[in-house]
Design a protein around this ligand. Structure first.
Ligand SMILES: [Zn+2]
Length: 442
């Protein structure tokens, strides 16, 4: 467990500024100022995907589970002879979630090869909207503050209270005239198709709306990352882009995005999550050095995709969220290095976990919420992230800014920006987060 302990501490130190030497032991050594009790970690020698039992305790007014321990009678933190003892194994519990252990050990996949939310322990314990690992880290943080009599602060967001990472996967930007018209006709609005068609013919499709998105963001001093799909053929009958990335009309779009200090990234098409050569070919179709991306349809196979990301030379990824439900796939509201379970060491690329995807909220087969309900759900998730001064990560597709087929959804994104401004968020591109994070590691 030594590598795993170092890994968890490294992620802890990357978040909090600690400029003094600390003594933390994993296991009760009777000497160190802070000692973290070891649970039954033989779990990680086996092939079970999830632990069979958990114990529940209250921390920070929230009921949270501890793994690898059967005794719920202990205090979470105790003091013995001036030494602070953390009585539950926050290291193994954190490692379980951050490493994606349950995905690594399960055989369950959906039709796109994704780990299904319904198979996750977060679903079974009903806590996908809690960043549990941050609760575990908070226990260690308070122990450190108590022993060393110093306040620990998050050091990643400059003068901001928390960070926000807005991203846009560009799947469809030429189809409002068709899909928007059908949706309008279904609502009995017979004149809209003429408007949408003439807009497409004489200027741009209503979903070709990059300027509109950037205008809205500028009003809140925000910026974002645009992930472009570089494949427009279907794969296994699943659609990729509705546009050709090599079309000259994208050149001014790319220019504008960069001029606004936003970022261009790769939206790896279906199949690239296990094909580094294809991913690299696609990356070359977007100008500049591409440092990060997200796979289309959130396809990510823990056995293959991390190696593909490294082989393609990407510095960060932002695929890890559940398509079916908003919340925390790794139960963590900060960037982190994914873990290579096979070689028992962290990967070099950074994961900026995805917490909210618009389609997750809207689609009937996922959460099926109205825009109003969705706004409330996002707001409560943002509160959870703010509790820990974390990094709120949200994906809003460009067509969700359109009044055609997606009316009411742009306003929800505007609410998110408004709430961010009110609550002291700062906005970062994925590349900036990756740079800041690495520069703060000790
Ligand atoms: Zn996509």
């Amino acid at each position: 467990m030594n590598n795993k302990f170092d890994y968890i501490l490294e992620l802890f130190y990357a978040i909090y500024s600690i400029d003094f030497p600390v003594e933390i032991s994993y296991g009760l050594d009777g000497l160190s100022k802070i000692q973290i009790s070891k649970g039954d970690t033989s779990f990680f020698d086996g092939d079970s995907a999830q632990p069979e039992t958990v114990v529940w305790k209250v921390w920070n007014e929230e009921k949270i589970p501890f793994l690898f321990d059967g005794n719920d009678e202990k205090e979470i933190i105790g003091v013995v002879n001036g030494q602070v003892i953390i009585n539950y194994d926050i290291i193994a519990s954190s490692f379980f979630f951050l490493s994606g252990w349950q995905e690594y050990k399960t055989q369950q996949k959906d039709r796109l090869g994704r780990f299904p939310y319904s198979e996750s322990i977060q679903y079974k314990l009903n806590l996908v909207e809690l960043p549990l690992v941050n609760y575990y880290f908070d226990i260690l943080k308070q122990a450190l503050e108590q022993v060393y009599d110093k306040e620990l602060k998050v050091k990643l967001w400059g003068d901001g209270e928390y960070g926000t990472f807005i991203s846009h996967d560009i799947d469809l930007c030429e189809s409002a005239w068709k899909q928007g018209s059908l949706s309008e006709l279904a609502r009995g609005r017979v004149s809209s198709p003429f408007y949408l068609l003439s807009k497409k013919l004489f200027s741009n499709d209503d979903w070709f709306n990059f300027d509109l998105i950037m205008e809205l963001e500028k009003r809140h001093l925000a910026k974002s990352t645009f992930y472009f799909l570089c494949e427009n053929k279907k794969v296994n009958n699943y659609p990729n882009a509705d546009y050709d990335i090599s079309d000259k009309k994208f050149l001014p779009v790319f220019d504008n995005i960069l001029k606004n200090e936003s970022e261009l990234g790769i939206h790896g098409s279906l199949g690239t999550s296990n094909d580094a050569a294809k991913l690299k070919l696609e990356m070359r179709k977007i100008p500049g050095d591409i440092e990060g991306g997200r796979f289309h349809a959130l396809v990510y196979d823990i056995h293959k995709t991390p190696d593909i990301i490294e082989e393609a030379g990407l510095k960060y990824d932002s695929t890890l969220g559940f398509a079916e439900h908003i919340g925390f796939r790794n139960s963590f509201c900060f960037p982190f290095f994914p873990y290579d379970i096979k070689n028992d060491q962290p990967y070099k690329f950074l994961e900026i976990p995805l917490m909210v995807m618009d389609a997750t909220l809207k689609m009937k087969k996922y959460m099926g919420l109205t825009p109003d309900e969705a706004g409330k759900a996002i707001s409560s998730l943002m509160r959870e992230v703010r509790k820990f001064n974390g990094c709120f990560s949200i994906l809003w597709h460009n067509n969700f800014y359109s009044n055609y087929k997606f009316s009411g959804w742009r306003e929800i994104m505007e609410q998110v920006l408004q709430e961010g401004s009110t609550e002291g968020s700062r906005y970062f591109t994925g590349k900036e987060i990756s740079d800041i994070y690495r520069s703060q590691m000790r």
